[in-house]
Design a protein around this ligand. Structure first.
Ligand code: SER
Length: 616
């Protein structure tokens, strides 16, 4: 089947079942600073799971443009793309597990005509610590469906990838996995969720492309979450019925919701029984174009072709949503994509200036569905050409610098760091160039430098505690921790949109600037103060944690981040209450703070308020 056909069948199928079809939201999230890009269909709909009424009713469906920056380094295999369309259907307190599972099975087997015996199912094993039960209800529904199709459906506990590789599927069809695999929230597993975040157990459907695909390098045995490429997840029904409380426990939402998401490209690949999603119509045209301009064959250079095709496709959609290359936020991700394309296109000896030709093929493929591509055609090709010219210019200078360094010595971490920050050399490129000359690169020192640099620029960019902690005397450290509590309390009282705009701390007081359009009422001030004092009284431990930047991407932590090298960054957590990217220092327990008092609340400039507060 063709991509348009699958998308169309899906939307008509759900329309017939009472769903209103809504437009894809922009790739750039509105009023939501938790992620740089829209990365699932449910993201723009979050408030409707919490009880807000949608004007189009309690059943919706669409095909949503999505981009996942955390997958950039994974591109190159048969099933990942950074940009994809997510087919979604939602029930806000309307139907639940039975109807959802049955209708999705029906869609796959009657509309897409997949054979039931090729479908394998995963479900949530439960979480004792958080008192979330095992999802036996979904298992029952699935068993029934398979039995009606004369297929034996045993349920087997696998839990995780490692165990799966060891024990294998043992004739099962329905498999229990832990929260890493079968729980969904924007922040990931239950323990990773911040308070007020909704989530729930999910049930995923995998398509089996054939036993012979398994490779023992991925584990002795194969199973649905094995990375060998035999099984590809084609749909995920999330049963959003929980919300995390401030004290870390889970309670039920007022209504039971369904959030389904399935990769359009993957379902199309399954419809063709071909496990390479780069072979579906919309992407294979892009692959053909790359063959044409490089004179090489896809079959011989799969990784390079996939990276180029994926990144150009994503760049086209990102530019069409109004983003230009830059050194921060979404613009930096775009820059990173285009620069990676250039690096891999050089490996294929593609002549300079031809990458924008590939973008034209992407535009032609999607133009009928996404009119913004044609409307922005010139902007898209120009931006790709411009970024290529910019990168090639610094690249030339960088190569001269590299030659100079490499004549004298191996490449130190600092050399690699300067090549990156001044000349835009991705570390992988420095390593490759060094290897060609038989030199080594100190990657550890480079990562350390990058980490320091990121922490500084991140804090700088956010003006987090900028110039705030003048000294690290005891009182200042206390005020520093109190500032984190205050920021969190302001978000609780005024809303999640509150952002820190600046901070200044002395041994006598704290001063916090934050985004808020109007004077706070006396009640709001009192509530904020009470909340901070409550947290002080609760004697909560303050903990420094080093976490991979990738994790930050999934958690609800303020600030822009960049997860390029899988490096480690520092966050401070005040129990489950507050989590901030921060270099410290902080006190050990909130009980040390005494009594918190707001002394003044005033305007600094339009949209920014300032609080001065003391500890007594
Ligand atoms: N939100 C779920 C996902 O992204 C299903 O839509 O997989």
């Amino acid at each position: 089947m063709k991509t348009d056909e699958v998308r169309n069948k899906y939307l008509r199928f759900f329309e017939k079942r009472g769903h209103s079809i809504i437009k894809s939201a922009s790739l750039i999230p509105k009023n939501d600073t938790t992620t740089l890009f829209t990365s699932s269909g449910m993201q723009p709909l979050l408030s409707y799971f919490l009880g807000k009424k949608h004007i189009s009713g309690t059943r919706l469906a669409n095909s949503q443009k999505c981009f996942r920056a955390e997958d950039i380094e994974e591109i190159g295999d048969n099933r990942h793309t950074t940009f994809f369309e997510m087919l979604g259907n939602w029930s806000f307190g309307d139907y639940f597990k039975k109807e959802q599972i049955e209708q999705f099975f029906k869609f796959l087997t009657t509309e897409i005509k997949l054979e039931p015996k090729k479908l394998y199912i995963t479900v949530f094993v439960g979480d004792k610590k958080n008192k979330i039960p095992r999802d036996i209800e979904s298992v029952k529904i699935w068993k029934n469906i398979f039995e009606n199709n004369k297929i034996k459906a045993e349920d087997i506990e696998i839990l995780d990838e490692e165990n799966g590789g060891k024990i294998g599927m043992r004739g099962g069809r329905i498999f229990y996995y832990n929260a890493k695999y079968n729980w969904w929230s924007r922040a990931g597993a239950p323990d990773k969720m911040p308070s007020d975040e909704p989530g729930g157990a999910d049930s995923e459907v995998f398509y089996d492309f054939g036993e012979d695909i398994h490779n023992k390098k991925f584990g002795e045995h194969c199973h649905p979450n094995c990375k060998c490429g035999r099984f590809i997840e084609i749909g995920n029904s999330v049963f959003i019925e929980y919300i995390k409380q401030k004290d870390g426990s889970f309670s039920r939402l007022p209504m039971k919701n369904v959030d389904f998401g399935g990769g359009l490209e993957r379902i199309t690949a399954a419809s063709n029984s071909d496990n390479d999603i780069f072979n579906i119509d919309t992407i294979s045209f892009v692959i053909k174009k790359i063959e044409e301009i490089s004179g090489r064959m896809y079959a011989d250079n799969k990784k390079e072709f996939r990276i180029i095709a994926d990144h150009i496709r994503a760049s086209v959609f990102i530019i069409a949503s109004g983003i230009m290359s830059s050194n921060t936020g979404q613009g930096y991700i775009l820059r990173r994509l285009i620069r990676r394309v250039i690096r891999f296109s050089d490996k294929l000896d593609i002549l300079h200036g031809h990458l924008s030709d590939i973008s034209k093929t992407v535009i032609n493929q999607y133009n009928k569905i996404y009119s913004e591509l044609n409307e922005n055609k010139e902007k898209i090709t120009e931006e790709i050409n411009k970024e290529e010219r910019r990168f090639r210019k610094t690249l030339e200078k960088g190569l001269i610098e590299f030659e100079k360094i490499s004549k004298r010595r191996n490449i130190s971490g600092n050399d690699a760091f300067i090549l990156f920050t001044t000349y835009g050399f991705p570390i992988e490129m420095t390593i490759e160039l060094a290897e060609e000359k038989g030199l080594s690169v100190d990657k550890n020192e480079f990562n350390k430098k990058m980490k320091e640099h990121r922490e500084l620029s991140r804090i700088g960019a956010e003006q987090k505690f900028k110039g705030g902690l003048i000294d690290t005397g005891e009182m200042s450290v206390k005020y520093h921790t109190a500032t984190h509590l205050l920021l969190r309390a302001l978000k609780d009282v005024l809303g999640e949109s509150v952002r820190q705009k600046g901070s200044n701390i002395t041994s006598e007081r704290l001063r916090l600037d934050f985004s808020w359009g109007e004077k706070m009422t006396d009640e709001q001030k009192q509530n904020t103060e009470d909340l901070v004092n409550e947290k002080i009284k609760s004697a909560i431990d303050v903990k420094k944690e080093e976490i991979p930047a990738k994790e930050v991407a999934r958690q609800n932590i303020g600030g822009e981040f960049e997860d390029k090298y899988g490096d480690i960054i520092t966050v401070y957590k005040i129990g489950n209450y507050s989590i901030e990217l921060c270099g410290g220092p902080h006190i050990k327990n909130t009980a040390e703070l005494g009594h918190f008092k707001i002394k003044k609340e005033e305007s600094v400039s339009s949209g920014i308020r300032r609080i001065k507060a003391v500890l007594e």
